[in-house]
Design a protein around this ligand. Structure first.
Ligand code: SAH
Length: 271
């Protein structure tokens, strides 16, 4: 593996989430003690107000999301601050049917209908980190699925172009993204295995379904400094691969094994 840094486990095991009030720690005279208690009281009121406003279930999901970022992403070595921020901001539960919402921050893919899955949070974060987005990019995503990764990408780049081949999922993702006022996204219903040539070149292409190989039309749609991130391999197990040009020559980097649903269509798997 050429870039073990991405998969390196972070050294922050045992990080403490509980913060003490600094005023309480430093209290000396009566005035300081009073101020400390007042601050604690105000914080407690704020928590009560937030929990009342959001409801218990929403608070549980928010806490679970925060834990997911810490336990599944940071501890496994995701370190791009923008990616961590985007994963903190996008509510995965909103991309799931109500019966799965309570599991939204589990360390696993989950069903979204039509025999497809929403990706595991770590995989979404890893793909985004490997794509190395700074904010100004145009990104092609192949395999919209639930729209979750689309929403995360939308926070990390200028515009996302996302193709999905299943009509029901395409429409569902469109509705969910619109409900959240995510506007820098173009969705298309089509076989995306040959990309979206009319909209290229792209600064990054991310593929969220397994491909047997990298079809020629995809690198052709990359900008000169563009990169393509895709799960490549067998139908049951793939390697996350990034390709891009360095000093004019194509280079490949590998980011470990992964398991995605199969890409269909012209350049996908034949059943
Ligand atoms: N990142 C998505 C994962 C979607 S699963 C999420 O988080 O929800 C992969 C998706 O790729 C499925 O929705 C599947 O229908 C879609 N797909 C498979 N073959 C495709 C093709 N040829 N063109 C476009 N989408 C395709």
């Amino acid at each position: 593996m050429k870039n073990p840094g991405i998969l390196r486990r972070a050294q922050n095991d045992g990080m403490d989430l509980v913060q003490s009030f600094p005023e309480r720690r430093e209290m000396r005279g009566g005035r300081t003690r009073l101020r400390g208690y007042r601050a604690a009281g105000q914080a407690a009121m704020l928590i009560l107000w937030i929990s009342y406003g959001c409801g218990d279930a929403a608070m549980d999901l928010m806490a679970a999301r925060e834990r997911m970022v810490l336990d599944q992403l940071e501890r496994r070595g995701i370190s791009d601050r923008r990616v961590l921020e985007a994963m903190r901001a996008v509510a995965r539960d909103r991309f799931l049917a109500p019966e799965f919402a309570a599991h939204a921050y589990d360390d696993a893919p989950l069903p979204i209908g039509s025999a497809q899955t929403i990706s595991q949070p770590y995989m979404v974060a890893l793909i985004c980190e490997v794509a190395a987005l700074a904010g100004s990019e145009r990104v092609l995503e192949i395999g919209t699925g639930s729209g979750y990764q689309t929403a995360v990408l939308a926070r990390l780049c200028a515009r996302v172009y996302s193709v999905e081949t299943i009509a029901g999922l395409h429409q569902r993702a469109r509705a969910i993204l619109a409900r959240q006022n995510i506007a820098n996204v173009e969705l298309r219903l089509d076989d995306g295995s040959a990309g979206w040539p009319d909209q290229g070149p792209f600064d990054a292409i991310v593929v969220t379904a397994a491909m047997p190989g990298i079809p020629r039309p995809l690198p052709d749609q990359l900008a000169p400094t563009g990169r393509l991130v895709a799960p490549i391999g067998e139908d049951e197990l793939q390697t996350l691969v990034r390709i891009g040009r360095r000093a004019g020559a194509w280079q490949e980097d590998y980011f470990g094994e992964c398991r995605f649903v199969k890409m269909t269509g012209k350049h996908g798997f034949r059943d």
